[in-house]
Design a protein around this ligand. Structure first.
Ligand SMILES: *[C@@H]1O[C@H](CO)[C@@H](O)[C@H](O)[C@H]1NC(C)=O
Length: 253
């Protein structure tokens, strides 16, 4: 008799546990609707305090925690440059930080100095007219784990299907929602100086004489290119070009 009671008690407790964990996962956004759109971005031009990192994207949490501990009232931001499917995880580049101000606002100077004291750098990011955007609820710490798993495959297939030239992936953490945006123009303006230093330079001598640039060694520079995710970004003397893997080209300078 008491054995049966014990068994029933265990079953009831197990059911409670499953319901609690299931409820927590659902509340954290496990099944929430993800609508991907092309349209105006969720942020205007912003000034951010950031740290540049290299490593697996799943380890970015510590950097968010650091940034939020300095300015708890500020929205956190992350910019992820590489596609982890195309580059070894330990070589994936990203920045994590906080938004100091947006649009016409001025940054709080004391707060900016505090960020700089802890090794953060300050940079302005431009406003773009169009981006691929979506959002995910930010209700529990689990949302930070579920968000990327649910959102990025959807964004990637949206971009792939429409053959868009969109990168890098940007996340903005607000108190109740995570906004995701992938700019459709001015992509290289979202590169921090540390990214640009990694530019792999290919200096080739040119056979024919024309009006292309010449560097100080007298060699003609044909192109400087760097590989970002699935894209090749190249700087030619007269223009900056982004070439998507699918052959689509967009000129933006
Ligand atoms: C946004 O752009 C405007 C106009 O160029 C500029 O005055 C403002 O300082 C910028 N804001 C931020 C936060 O960078």
């Amino acid at each position: 008799m008491s054995d049966l009671f014990l068994l029933l008690l265990i079953i009831v407790l197990l059911v409670c546990l499953v319901v609690t964990v299931g409820g927590l996962l659902l509340y954290s956004g496990l099944l929430s609707d993800i609508v991907i759109r092309t349209g105006p971005p969720p942020i205007r031009n912003v000034t951010i305090a950031y740290k540049f990192k290299e490593g697996p994207y799943k380890d970015c949490g510590a950097a968010y925690t650091e940034s939020c501990s300095i300015g708890p009232k500020l929205n956190a931001i992350g910019v992820f440059y590489d596609d982890p499917k195309q580059r070894p995880p330990e070589k994936c580049r990203y920045v994590v930080g906080s938004i100091l101000c947006e649009g016409e606002e001025k940054p709080d100077e004391d707060l900016q100095k505090l960020y700089e004291k802890f090794g953060f750098k300050v940079l302005s990011l431009p406003e773009v007219s169009h981006a691929v955007t979506t959002s995910f609820p930010c209700t529990t710490p689990l949302s930070h784990v579920l968000g990327p798993y649910r959102v990025y495959p959807r964004i990637a297939s949206y971009i792939e299907e429409r053959k868009l030239c969109a990168f890098p992936n940007i996340e903005i953490y607000r108190s109740d929602v995570i906004n995701y945006m992938v700019p459709l123009s001015r992509q290289t303006d979202f590169f921090v100086p540390e990214m640009k230093e990694e530019v792999r330079t290919d200096v080739k001598e040119e056979d024919s004489d024309d009006d292309r640039g010449t560097d100080i060694t007298g060699k003609k520079i044909l192109s400087i290119s760097m590989h970002i995710g699935r894209w090749t970004w190249s700087r030619q003397p007269a223009k900056v070009q982004t070439e998507c893997q699918n052959g689509e080209e967009r000129w933006f300078k």
